[in-house]
Design a protein around this ligand. Structure first.
Ligand code: GLV
Ligand code: MN
Ligand code: MN
Length: 417
């Protein structure tokens, strides 16, 4: 292994923790969690706070047409930066660290470098991307997808939210439809630090994860139309029950995942029934399916099984089932040299490190399309995420931010081996 230079710098952990605490007060749900669904007032307030910190540091703040925000230092630089970043939108029942940690660790890295007065080869940038979660506007990673040219801006602006809002209208409303073009000019490299959101690092006693890639993902919204009828008088053999069909498909999704096994996961996270009454056979069900696998072939197999189950159930229950694709992203492999760099920096900093793939989607998987990219993970206590109880120890948050610091400095000085 070639020796990887580590800096003599260290981030200021108290400053990082106090910014994380301040940001978590915006959209505080009162149970330790945060709700800042994309492009809501709470998202705007969170954005305003992070932008104020960027401006306080003297970064150049750029906002693009989909509302991605980048802070660059030095402010007058024209060279392609080494970029970090993540997202500050959350799911409705979000924790404090998902995404927010990556953005604020990036800001902390840049503040540390500015304070040190050291010379670096390339500018540094920290970004937060619009609507990473996809919980309000699908697909997930929408802002970074537009940033890299994977979705035309005009199409993204027309996206309809689960509450009927139009993305472009909300972006204007919160004042974050910026002038910079999408797709953007790619950075020189991208590295994102994030909480693992799974159990592996904690269970195996590692402090740092060198993330090898992100699994493929498929999201569908299924609409099942049956016949509403009286729960007491309608014989079982004469029902066209949208509620039963939804429950049956939820069970099938679980079976598909367990039968394929390995990395295959499957989730039905949302079911809405109409009219949703105790004594009425449901007329309509709307439900989501989330299938993920690191192996593209096996993910395709899971999708085939889902489609076969839908067709069979529509026939046997006499219901109509329509399917709308909300997200489809192939598995992504990160850049081998940047993964090596993460690993080498962690070892040089005396942190235990293992390689692992990401189960969650991340903005880095979109940036990987346009520049050398990798990620740094830190442990999630109990593997809990998308839950107010999400937690990572301050020591691990500090270790991850210091690894990010040295990875960025190495990339900025091009010592990538
Ligand atoms: C997004 O963060 C996802 O993995 O669902
Ligand atoms: Mn995230
Ligand atoms: Mn998330």
């Amino acid at each position: 292994m070639t020796e990887t230079p580590i800096s003599r710098l260290s981030i200021n952990a108290d400053r990082l923790m106090s910014r994380l605490a301040a940001l978590s007060e915006v959209g505080d749900t009162g149970d330790g969690g945060v709700c800042r669904l994309a492009l809501t007032d709470a998202d705007r307030d969170g954005r305003d706070l992070v932008v104020s910190w960027m401006r306080d540091l003297g970064l150049r703040v750029d906002i693009d047409g989909i509302g991605n925000v980048t802070g660059t230092w030095p402010a007058d630089s024209t060279e392609d930066p080494v970029m970090t970043g993540s997202h500050i939108d959350t799911v409705r029942t979000g924790g404090r660290y998902d995404g927010n940690y990556g953005v604020l660790a990036g800001l902390e890295v840049i503040e540390t470098v500015i304070e040190s007065g050291i010379e670096i080869g390339r500018p540094l940038a920290v970004a937060f991307f619009t609507d990473e979660e996809g919980a309000r506007f699908a697909p997930d990673m929408l802002g970074s997808l537009v940033y890299v040219g994977g979705l035309p801006l005009e199409v993204a602006l027309d996206t309809v939210a689960i509450d009927g809002a139009i993305l472009g209208d909300d972006l204007e409303r919160i004042g974050y439809r910026g002038p910079l073009p999408c797709p953007a000019r790619p950075p020189a490299a991208f590295v994102e630090v994030h909480v693992e959101q799974g159990p592996v690092l904690e269970a195996e006693g590692f402090t740092i994860g060198a993330v090898t890639g992100v699994q493929g993902i498929l999201w569908r919204e299924l609409t099942i139309t049956g016949q509403s009828n009286h729960a007491g008088t309608t014989p079982m053999s004469m029902r066209h029950d949208a509620g039963f069909a939804a429950a049956s498909l939820a069970s099938t999704v679980r079976s598909i995942a367990t039968e394929i096994g390995g990395a295959q996961v499957g989730t039905v996270g949302r079911i809405d029934l109409q009219p949703n009454l105790v004594n009425v056979v449901a007329a309509k069900a709307t439900m989501t399916v989330d299938l993920r696998n690191t192996d593209a072939e096996l993910l395709a197999e899971a999708e085939r099984r889902l489609d076969a189950a839908i067709a069979e159930l529509a026939h046997t229950e006499g219901v109509k089932i329509t399917s709308r694709e909300l997200a489809r992203f192939a598995p992504v492999d990160f850049d081998p040299a940047v993964i090596d760099l993460v690993e080498h920096v962690a070892i040089a900093r005396s942190c235990s490190v293992r390689r692992l793939p990401s189960g969650a989607g991340h903005d880095a998987q979109m940036l990987a399309r346009v520049c050398p990219t990798a990620m740094v993970f830190v442990p999630s206590v109990g593997g809990i995420s998308h839950n107010p109880a999400e937690h990572t120890s301050p020591t691990d948050l500090e270790a991850g931010a210091n690894v990010l610091l040295d990875v960025m400095l190495n990339l900025a000085t091009e010592h990538t081996t």
